[in-house]
Design a protein around this ligand. Structure first.
Ligand code: SF4
Length: 466
């Protein structure tokens, strides 16, 4: 394999980001062996797992869903919530038991959690049966680490900010929709968020490389690409180039893949040009995920979110006004340290004004090392739970109300597979990202078809192919 030398990589300067083309040449040395891969967390991790899976499959491993059958177990972890730690270490207990019966089993842990120094130390001192700990910055080194596994615990987590790797190969989950990573890390440093620490500072890929990847996906028949990053609309700001996210989005749309999406956006970086592009191009989907986090100016300031309630509402209204039939979803955190009832009512107020299509709602979870985790919090957990419940009732009311507006309409739905709830139906998504369970012929998987919406629930629609 042509990889950067590990020792050299570790002492490289913190500031200079290099764009490195990967040339992988993985020996087929595990033919007949099985891998078990578990992914925790966000879309970024799901996409990273597609890269991990590609390496494992090139080695000759085949997938198993049965832990006891595995010859290698890879856990791709998440650090966003506090309970993620307990989940991963609980699962590791099962792996330890298995390794007693099968000493040649390789156990590897990667992802955001392994970037935390305390976790690496905990593994070193209490879980030395683990073979490999790799970070988010060096997934490409996993093959070398696997080849050297079972000699001693190999922890290789870069503490520096990481580079940009191009020509990464993936074993993608789907042959219909694909994630396309456009950047790594984040520079926003919201005070509650661990991401800038676990994934490093923002590093954008070069636009031509991204466009090549999208062209390749189009040639393979993909119907949808989602441009992926922690804060996609800040794309390019770290590059010494004249282009930005709007330039990239327009160029991707021009390639002509039927559906283009992007996630996630920060309201602070959302430009008028982006709004015009979504309105102009039929293949840029009318769906925007616009994280709010809180409706209180006091809390937004403590969170370091860089916008006020008024500025958020102005942006929201502009998006609604300029993009026909757009759906907007959001993220909201309740119970940020010392959030008062008045602060919470400000959040409810903005939710009542925006009437979101749906929202991911969370109770604030302190992450060690972040500024917010140092704030002494006087609010009880039961109060936070009660606020979450009150918030969810309002969110669900508007989700249902918005979904009912679709009943009787004809929507274009991209069908992805059999519905989990009812195997006689297929499931897919409207342009506005509404989940639809559709009565139709199973030959339609992978196609965009016209569907008449017959019923609505809070989290999905029912429909019939026409
Ligand atoms: S924008 Fe804020 S919340 Fe989002 S990844 Fe960056 S620091 Fe975290």
């Amino acid at each position: 394999m042509n990889l950067p030398n590990m020792k050299e990589a570790k002492i490289r300067t913190n500031n200079k980001v290099e764009h490195i083309n990967l040339e992988n040449n993985i020996p087929n040395s595990f033919e007949g062996k099985k891998y078990f891969l578990r992914t925790y967390g966000c879309q970024m991790n799901v996409h990273d797992s597609e890269q991990i899976r590609k390496y494992l499959e090139e080695f000759g491993f085949t997938v198993t869903e049965e832990l006891t059958e595995a010859d290698i177990v890879v856990l791709n972890t998440c650090a966003i919530r506090e309970n993620a730690h307990d989940k991963v270490f609980g699962f590791l207990g099962r792996c330890k038991h298995l390794k007693r019966e099968k000493p040649e089993l390789i156990i590897a842990i990667g992802g955001c959690m392994s970037q935390e120094e305390s976790v690496a130390n905990e593994i070193k001192t209490k879980h030395s049966y683990v073979d490999i700990v790799f970070g988010t910055h060096n997934i490409h080194e996993l093959p070398n680490m696997i080849l050297e596994a079972n000699k001693k615990l190999n922890i290789n987590v870069y503490s520096y900010e990481g580079n940009v790797y191009e020509n990464v190969k993936y074993s993608r989950d789907s042959k219909i929709t694909a994630w396309v990573n456009i950047m790594y890390g984040c520079d926003k440093f919201c005070t509650y968020c661990i991401v800038p620490f676990t994934r490093g500072k923002q590093r954008s890929r070069k636009m031509e490389n991204i466009l090549d990847e999208v062209r390749e996906l189009k040639a393979l028949g993909y119907q949808e690409v989602t441009l992926l990053g922690q804060n996609v609309n800040a794309y390019g700001k770290d590059l010494d180039e004249s282009y930005d996210f709007s330039t990239l989005l327009e160029n991707v749309a021009k390639i002509g893949i039927p559906r283009v999406r992007f996630v996630t956006s920060h309201p602070w970086d959302f430009t008028d040009e982006m709004i015009s592009l979504i309105a102009k191009y039929e293949n840029i989907m009318p769906y925007v995920h616009l994280p709010l986090q809180s409706g209180s100016d006091r809390i937004l300031k403590l969170m370091g979110r860089r916008y006020t309630k008024k500025e958020y509402l102005t942006l929201f209204n502009k998006i609604k006004e300029k993009i026909p039939n757009v759906a907007v979803t959001t993220d909201i955190i309740v119970g940020f340290p010392n959030e008062t009832e008045e602060d919470f009512l400000e959040t409810l107020d903005i939710v009542n004004k925006c009437r979101y299509d749906s929202a991911f709602t969370f109770i604030y979870s302190p992450r060690e090392g972040t500024p917010a985790s140092k704030i002494k919090d006087e609010i009880t957990y039961s109060e936070k739970e009660s606020r979450l419940q009150r918030l969810n009732e309002v969110i669900n009311k508007y989700s249902l109300e918005n979904n009912y507006k679709y009943v009787g309409k004809i929507e274009k739905v991209l069908l992805l597979g059999k519905s989990e709830k009812d195997n006689s139906k297929l499931y897919g998504y409207t342009e506005t990202m509404k989940l639809v369970n559709v009565i139709t012929n199973k030959d339609n998987i992978g196609k965009i078809i016209a569907v008449k919406i017959t019923d609505a629930k809070s989290f999905s629609l029912d429909g019939k192919a026409i």
